[in-house]
Design a binder for this molecule. Structure first.
Ligand SMILES: [Zn+2]
Ligand SMILES: [Zn+2]
Length: 192
């Protein structure tokens, strides 16, 4: 699969958008940048997802170098982890901490609870690293987003039953909330 184009987002506040998970946005961006710039010197291994993402890259010389190195070093007896996944996990950890720091301020916390979104996989991770006093806000945010999406999905379902096939965007938002944005690897089973 092809990866999205990286955009210039440096800070978590730039990734805050109504109804979109800021951690997903930052990770997607990092993944796109890392895949575009990764060199043979940095790579020790690649997972299925990232090897195929690189196979679709336009920078043939760079990617050929990466694959040459992996062909040379691959040893089925000693599988190695994916260098891009490792980089993403590092970033995820840092960004979650950054989000916790920002949520300690009232403005961002209230905004998130009222109109923001954090996908379920990142909410679980956030709950693990956040101080106890932030828990009620995170739980409120999850409950509000869940209720909003349920209502929208019910409308799509009822209209579709009446022959009105619109609102596909709602399905995408629901998928995003349930399993993170498309191509963002967050679950344990995704780890290599
Ligand atoms: Zn997310
Ligand atoms: Zn990977």
């Amino acid at each position: 699969m092809r990866l999205s184009k990286p955009v210039d987002i440096q800070e978590i506040s730039q990734a805050l958008q109504k109804d979109a998970c800021p951690i997903c946005m930052l990770l997607k961006n990092l993944q796109a940048t890392a895949s575009r710039n990764v060199t043979s010197a940095e790579v020790v291994g690649l997972c299925n997802f990232h090897a195929w993402a690189l196979a679709a890259a336009v920078d043939l010389a760079r990617v050929a170098e990466v694959f040459l190195k992996l062909l040379d070093s691959a040893d089925p007896a000693h599988p190695v982890t994916c260098s891009i996944c490792a980089r993403i996990r590092e970033e995820e950890e840092q960004r979650l901490k950054e989000l916790v720091d920002k949520m300690l301020g009232n403005n961002l916390r209230n905004w998130l609870v009222e109109q923001g979104s954090i996908c379920l996989p990142h909410s679980e991770k956030l709950l693990r690293v956040a101080p106890v006093k932030l828990r009620p806000s995170i739980e409120k945010l999850i409950a509000r987003r869940r209720a909003d999406l349920s209502k929208e999905l019910e409308e799509v379902r009822d209209q579709a039953r009446l022959g009105e096939h619109r609102g596909g965007g709602v399905l995408g938002h629901a998928a995003e909330f349930l399993v993170s944005q498309r191509g963002v690897r967050t679950r344990e089973e995704d780890k290599c």
